[in-house]
Design a protein around this ligand. Structure first.
Ligand SMILES: Cc1cc2nc3c(=O)[nH]c(=O)nc-3n(C[C@H](O)[C@H](O)[C@H](O)COP(=O)(O)OP(=O)(O)OC[C@H]3O[C@@H](n4cnc5c(N)ncnc54)[C@H](O)[C@@H]3O)c2cc1C
Ligand code: FES
Ligand code: FES
Length: 498
């Protein structure tokens, strides 16, 4: 039965930890190091970039007979969001018989560590990888390490160590967690709302202070809607990859925190009317997998979004609601004609993403309203979707721009063109003047000059931290030209094949 508590309860290596009297914004990293003195997990940057703090967070699987893990940056995650879950740190990997996990053993024997500061985070990222992929190839290992910085060893010995570790049996690579399963069931919270005698929803807090400030983690979307009606200024936390930064770097301390990561409806994906309805708490890792066949370029943009420990919790809704001018998912979603389902109380409304923003970090979202679902159309027959992210580094970098374009090529002419960018204007947006140049035209009739003129008249010419205007506007045009050029070739390939 669900009950009011001021204690965060989670499972750590076969024991229930009761964290009493912690703040709403205490991070998992701070609690580990300062309260539990588990100092294997390191703090490098406290902003999700270095990976020294990577841990694994586990949840009971649907069958209730195993634990699903994600690797995540403990510096970004708020401790109360762990309530009802399990945690594994580098200290957890020591086997009952005192031996090391194969990944740790191989890191030592392959000289994968020097100063050792990055090593616990790297070990945890790799251990997370091999839970679901016991025989990864070098590319998959590199990808898993894209959020872990090592300044002394270099990555080759680390990748070699992983390959060596993976010569062990999949069973040997598994985390020892048999004892955790019963405990996870014991601390599981109710999956249905609690009602007062009058039939009102009561959202039980994980933490509440005497002043009435609290951290809530409801299980249903009705509770989310109800809570926001009563506390319209509450801070919604989904993946916490923006909020964690605000807590660590701007010392933001919200009075009411509403964590949506346990809400079943918001964690689910369904298909209706040839569109994916993606709940607002679905992680980018899941979205990347979902769109990988239909929209490989979108999946590639997401592969370069932060790093695996960021994508394991970060959401599309968080990216959209945050509304950064350089948010990476939005150009793709705009070109695909995505729609948002916004909910306030019992009422929902559909808003096209292209009508969502009203200015820099401003949107039509009303107080007490939230994004319930992001709706992405599945590919229409004959349509092509292209997207590319330009950034200084390939991995784990903020974009200079993302360009995304969806179109059909009918009898050699472009039709139904949707083209969108980030990084060029105060919020990610479509580019109607460029679309007009392409729509109804043949590839040969679309010129650099026409596109350049449309870019100049559409966007403010501003140099930014990530790129000068001269560079941004040039790549903005070149990406379109590249998509056009490649579309022409693939069409002629189709003709040849026919
Ligand atoms: C190391 C690092 C790398 C990053 N790399 C990238 C990158 O490559 N590209 C990029 O675009 N971004 C990047 N980001 C930014 C961030 O990861 C994204 O914006 C992410 O999508 C935010 O999602 P979240 O679920 O973590 O949001 P949260 O931090 O949980 O929330 C972000 C904002 O959205 C609001 N919100 C969340 N859910 C809802 C909802 N359902 N309804 C209404 N409001 C809501 C919150 O109140 C908050 O204001 C990076 C961040 C870090 C720390
Ligand atoms: S401390 Fe650097 S990612 Fe967490
Ligand atoms: S071993 Fe020193 S930072 Fe990686």
């Amino acid at each position: 039965m669900s009950q009011v508590t001021n204690t965060v309860r989670f499972v750590l290596d076969g024991k229930i930890v009761e964290a009493v009297g912690v703040r709403r914004t205490t991070t998992v990293l701070d609690y580990l190091r300062e309260d539990l003195h588990r100092t294997g997990t390191k703090e490098g940057c406290a902003e999700g970039d270095c990976g020294a703090c990577v841990v694994l967070v586990g949840e009971l699987n649907d069958a209730g007979d195993g634990v699903n893990y994600i690797s995540t940056n403990s510096c970004m995650q708020l401790l109360p969001s762990l309530d009802g879950k399990s945690l594994k740190t580098v200290e957890s990997l020591k086997r009952a018989n005192g031996t090391l996990h194969p990944v740790q053993e191989a890191m030592a024997t392959c000289f994968g560590t020097q100063c050792g500061f990055c090593t616990p985070g790297i070990v945890m990222s790799l251990t997370g990888l091999v839970q679901t992929l016991p025989k990864p190839n070098r590319d998959q290992i590199n990808d898993a390490l894209s959020g872990n910085l090592c300044r002394c060893t270099g990555y080759k010995p680390i990748v070699d160590a992983t390959m060596q570790a993976c010569s062990s049996s999949p069973a040997a690579l598994k985390i020892e967690d048999k004892q955790d399963i019963a405990l996870l069931k014991e601390i599981r919270r109710a999956k249905v709302p609690t009602f007062s005698l009058d039939g009102d929803i009561i959202v039980q807090p994980v933490l509440r202070t005497r002043k009435g400030n609290e951290f809530v983690a409801p299980a249903t979307v009705d509770e989310v809607a109800d809570y926001l009606q009563k506390h319209p200024k509450a801070t919604i936390v989904a993946g916490s990859t923006e909020i964690g930064l605000q807590v660590n770097k701007q010392f933001v301390r919200p009075d009411h925190v509403l964590y949506v990561g346990n809400v079943a409806e918001m964690k689910s994906i369904s298909v209706k009317n040839k569109a994916w309805h993606i709940g607002a708490a679905v992680s980018l890792t899941q979205v990347q997998e979902l769109v990988s066949q239909a929209y490989p370029d979108f999946a590639e943009v997401l592969r370069r979004f932060g790093s695996p420990p960021i994508r394991s919790t970060a959401t599309l809704a968080g990216n959209i609601a945050n509304g950064s001018p350089i948010g990476d998912s939005m150009p793709c979603l705009l070109a695909l004609g995505a729609t948002l389902t916004l909910r306030k109380g019992d009422k929902t409304r559909e808003v096209k993403l292209e009508n969502f923003y009203t200015g820099m970090k401003k949107s039509v979202l009303a107080e007490g309203e939230f994004i319930e679902t992001v709706v992405i159309p599945q590919p229409a027959t004959g349509s092509t979707f292209r997207a590319h992210k330009i950034s200084k580094r390939f991995d784990q970098d903020i974009s200079a721009t993302v360009c995304a374009m969806n179109f059909e090529l009918v009898n050699g002419k472009f039709k139904n063109v949707k083209l969108a960018y980030n990084g060029l204007s105060p919020y990610p947006s479509r580019a109607p003047k460029l679309e007009a140049i392409i729509e109804g035209n043949t590839p040969a009739n679309i010129t650099n000059d026409a596109l350049d003129a449309a870019i100049t008249s559409s966007f403010p010419a501003r140099d930014g931290l990530r790129a000068t205007w001269a560079y941004r506007s040039l790549v903005a045009r070149n990406l379109v030209m590249q998509f056009i050029e490649e579309a022409t070739h693939s069409t002629s390939n189709v003709k040849e094949a026919a």
